[in-house]
Write a protein that binds this ligand. Structure first.
Ligand SMILES: Nc1ncnc2c1ncn2[C@@H]1O[C@H](COP(=O)(O)OP(=O)(O)OP(=O)(O)O)[C@@H](O)[C@H]1O
Ligand SMILES: [Mg+2]
Length: 285
């Protein structure tokens, strides 16, 4: 289309490097789904200059997996009958990777993501997050880990409607117990990172869907989590906005040393993943 920018070029490199488990990830779908990101190039250029302008955070990145999942099963009881939703999931998420879980509705993506974030526990199997056994920890311990080290992004943004973009991001720092003296600089940094410096004082209803999702990203990374989990973060957005969100994800992986695991239905964004797990009926194929 001649309009593709850095995003596409980068994604080609990524694709070559990627070790994908997805049978659908490398088929002809992508050629047809190339996203025209003409307006988006502005964001790419912004993101590139941001990369140069923003000091890297000082976290030392280890090569140990951030998350190791082995033999995970999840069975719910529905009307007295067992419902096997996850049927033996094994996966690894390495530092600074962008990992995607792709699958049809009902295949178990959200169930798995909830478990990766310690919101739920497996019926069987193990989940290790940064050396901590989520499958063994109680609710309180998992909540503590989650508050400090994990950020969540949901399909429907989950912003506080009466708070401005600035106040929404600040809230996440307050929740994580970050000292107040650090808030101002960190909030400004995160909103700048997602390209919202001109919308800092808007409330959610004064922002577009893509802008609201960018506030949600700023909010999710403000407390410097090691892992960012995103459930269908682009589902409510058109393809240009979705491409912008993926560009923001790439920027924050590079500058914040965060690792991202997200679910998606959208074949057009799989190209930027380091690894794609294809899920069918509670299993990876
Ligand atoms: N708490 C629960 N109790 C009983 N069944 C559940 C529960 N949570 C999820 N399920 C079932 O597990 C299956 C997988 O649900 P899940 O939400 O993980 O799918 P998904 O892949 O995220 O789908 P979508 O793409 O529509 O979001 C569904 O059939 C759902 O009904
Ligand atoms: Mg889901």
């Amino acid at each position: 289309m001649g309009l593709l920018t850095t995003w596409k070029t980068k994604s080609k490199t990524k694709k070559a490097q990627r070790n994908s488990t997805s049978s659908g990830a490398s088929d002809g779908d992508f050629a047809q789904h190339e996203i025209a990101v003409s307006a988006d190039s502005l964001v790419k250029q912004d993101a590139a200059s941001e990369l140069a302008a923003i000091p890297k955070n000082n976290r030392i990145v280890s090569s140990e997996p951030v998350m190791t999942v082995s033999g995970v099963e999840r069975t719910f009881s529905v009307g007295g009958q067992p419902l096997h939703v996850l049927k033996g999931i094994t996966m690894q998420v390495l530092p600074s990777q962008l990992v995607m879980l792709r699958g049809r509705s009902g295949s178990g993506k959200t169930t798995l993501l909830n478990m990766l974030g310690g919101l739920d526990q497996p019926s069987k199997g193990e989940i290790w997050f940064d050396g901590k056994p989520f499958h063994k920890l109680g609710d309180n311990d998992r909540t503590k880990v989650r508050r400090m080290e994990i950020g969540f992004i949901f399909q429907a943004y989950a912003l506080m409607p009466l708070l401005s973009a600035w106040e929404n991001v600040e809230l996440s720092l307050r929740m994580a117990g970050v000292p107040k003296r650090e808030w101002k600089e960190r909030v400004a940094h995160c909103l700048r990172l997602v390209g919202l410096e001109k919308r800092m004082h808007h409330r959610p209803f004064e922002l577009s869907g893509g802008e609201q999702q960018r506030v949600a990203i700023a909010k999710a990374i403000a407390h410097r989590p090691k892992l960012l989990l995103a459930d269908e973060p682009t589902a409510e957005l058109d393809s240009q906005m979705a491409a912008q969100i993926m560009a923001v994800f790439q920027t924050i992986i590079a500058t914040e040393q965060v690792t991202i695991c997200m679910t998606t239905h959208d074949p057009t964004i799989l190209e930027v993943a380091d690894h794609v797990y294809e899920m069918v009926d509670g299993k990876f194929i």
